[in-house]
Ligand binder design. Sequence first.
Ligand SMILES: *Cc1c(COP(=O)(O)O)cnc(C)c1O
Length: 379
Amino acid sequence: MHSPEFLAASNRLTIDLAALADNWRSMDERSGKARAAAVLKADAYGIGVFEAAPALYAAGARDFFVASVEEGAELRPLIPDARIYILAGMWPGNEELFFANDLVPIVNSDEQLAVFMAALSERGDYPCVLHVDTGMNRLGLSVEEALALAQDPARPASFSPVLVMSHLACADDPPHPMNLGQLQRFREVTAAFDGIPASLANSGGVFLGVDYHFDLTRPGISVYGGEAVNGAANRMKPVVAAEARILQVRTVPSGGTASYGASARFTRDSRIATVAVGYADGYHRSLSGGGVTLRQAMPSGADGFLHGQRVPHVGRVTMDLSLFDVTDLPEGAVRAGDYVELFGRNIAIDDVARAGGTIGYELLTSLGRRYCREYIDNS
Ligand SMILES: *Cc1c(COP(=O)(O)O)cnc(C)c1O
């Protein structure tokens, strides 16, 4: 049963919490002896942390990663006895937010180690995670810093990380030599921190196989139904479907044009459906069927799906509206009020992302606030 708001919405999302739970369980199984955590940063990759967190907890997840301490504080009441790790770590001034919400800081640098140790001296024992950069050069102590810390005789007994972690730069590209290099460097670190659980794999890392699993895996995108490995079939269930309503259907004669910049040019008499979604809804301008300089590397724009058929986007995506060419559907089949699927069951989110020169992660996290959201759980 759909809500009246959903049935009348200009654009809407259906978010399948049973598929989300199945995807997490599947990643947990693929993680073998390791446990799978779940990554809930950026409002659970755009799908809504208030709904995603309890669903993943019910599926069995007990370890959750978010980016900021603010995200962690918002998450805490939803999953009271889960472990919540904060990727951005602790800074002077936000220590209390960690303690008050029982959040585990990830120590990413010598500076953050000093902040954490200072907070610890007032507080006594408190868990943390040590993040070591094994080659991505983004965040984390260097391998040398981590090894020195492990051997430091002055290291206080109160400093006992509950996890040592690192992050893979090329897990979406299995044959990339970076993967094995990072694995070898991470092994040096885990050997030095013998007995402390370790975590290396994001979604792509889980698919790299058992050597990469260690004790805890950190799948994100796969749980949300997106592609984790380039060029491999995606076996995850789609979690999010996006649809937008056709506001008007019009005929443009051969030789006519449409949208800003007269960017769509028609070489036959055409029927064009004007659909209520635009770049303000995260339907990026780079998905345009034509007329955007930035996307000239991509041969064609995104497709929509309507009455059993793909329909191409034409012309530029605008702030609130997009145009789809429905000429190839039977005359009279397409009406104002119909919904066009932007991605979901029939069109993979990653196919749409590719058409816009981006990735499913970015499409999901830019969905915006205008969609009417309906959460379903057919488990
Ligand atoms: C976002 C993130 C993940 C999840 O990555 P996916 O590719 O979405 O599986 C795991 N670990 C860290 C450190 C992250 O920042």
